[in-house]
Ligand binder design. Structure first.
Ligand SMILES: Nc1nc2c(c(=O)[nH]1)N[C@H]1C(S)=C(S)[C@@H](COP(=O)(O)O)O[C@H]1N2
Ligand SMILES: [Mo]
Length: 303
């Protein structure tokens, strides 16, 4: 199912030049897989075709019914069911910490200065399944520049809403709530990183992290933070939920890496939702442009 984005979303000019350059880089190196695409309007269908059978986007149905969102249950089918009716308006996002312009925004004001972009990204869950998702959102770097982090800020932390009434999964201590994740500031500023607000040109549904989530396509899915209410700039590595739960299994970096297995299963292969065969997992999920962020680092020690 292909859904046209609303008419007011501009089309081909929306992706900054840096991304076109990066895209050629991906196309050259990622075995013909279209790793990032600038799509809009009618171009959406064409892009889906251009990706070929190997990396065509998952259906809207798959993307919105097979989810990981423990605040709404631990089964993959739970979030679509239990997040029905979750209200994402009014919604405030607090920006604080080492930043020149701390503020508390209504979500509309948070998003207002930015143009929505459409980008098709691979999504690789640490549990060895994957999808291809046509996201809509805004580049993380643009948003961060607007807040003007202090030179001392080295990391950024993202926090999900804490509200056990509205998020019934939080009534059980399966994780330490609220869900938090973080990135090094240079990772967050990478042109591939974005805040997601939609899928297939439609406003994000609650199960996918409405009204605002992060998307870091070269990292395992758990690095993404859904339903964000707070963004904090710090000079120390922030606490992250899955690292607190099982530090030997889930590191801070969590870059997709087929050469570093999870202690309980291989990361060299993955199953694309909707397929039966297992396919090879690509280093950095097939986004080699990010390698420069980790030059000189031991990616086994920093898993
Ligand atoms: N707040 C919150 N964010 C979360 C999660 C979660 O349980 N709670 N799950 C993570 C994991 S493990 C994955 S794979 C992705 C899933 O995103 P999707 O359901 O939109 O595919 O969300 C991530 N963000
Ligand atoms: Mo995941």
């Amino acid at each position: 199912m292909l859904i046209r984005p609303p008419a007011d979303i501009p089309s081909s000019e929306i992706t900054p030049e840096a991304l076109y350059v990066n895209r050629r880089d991906f196309l050259g190196r990622a075995a013909g897989a279209l790793a990032a695409a600038s799509i809009g309007g009618a171009a959406l269908a064409a892009t889906a075709r251009a990706q070929g059978d190997d990396d065509k986007p998952n259906t809207y149905e798959d993307i919105t019914t097979y989810n990981n969102f423990y605040e709404f249950g631990t089964d993959k089918s739970d979030p679509a069911e239990n997040a029905k009716g979750f209200k994402t308006r009014p919604w405030t996002v607090k920006v604080d910490g080492m930043v020149k312009k701390p503020a508390e925004y209504q979500i509309e004001d948070f998003l207002k200065p930015h143009k929505l972009e459409d980008r098709v990204y691979r999504h690789r869950c640490v549990e060895a399944w994957s999808m291809v998702i046509p996201w809509q959102g805004i580049p993380m770097a643009e948003v961060i520049k607007r807040f003007d982090p202090l030179p001392s800020a080295k990391f950024v932390q993202f926090q999900t809403l804490l509200d056990p009434q509205r998020m019934p999964g939080q009534q059980r201590a399966v994780l330490q709530w609220p869900y938090t994740e973080g990135l090094r500031l240079d990772e967050a500023m990478h042109p591939l990183a974005m805040f997601g607000t939609g899928i297939y040109g439609k406003t994000l549904l609650p199960q996918n992290g409405a009204p605002l989530r992060t998307i870091i396509p070269w990292k395992y899915g758990f690095k993404a933070t859904k339903s964000i209410v707070r963004i904090t700039f710090t000079d120390t590595m922030p606490r992250t939920t899955w690292n607190l739960a099982a530090p030997n299994e889930y590191g801070f970096y969590a870059n997709v890496n087929p050469e570093v297995d999870h202690p309980r299963w291989t990361q060299s292969k993955e199953r694309r939702i909707g397929e039966f065969r297992r396919r090879a997992t690509l280093m950095f999920n097939g986004y080699p442009a990010v390698a420069s962020l980790y030059r000189g680092m031991d990616l086994r020690a920093n898993y």
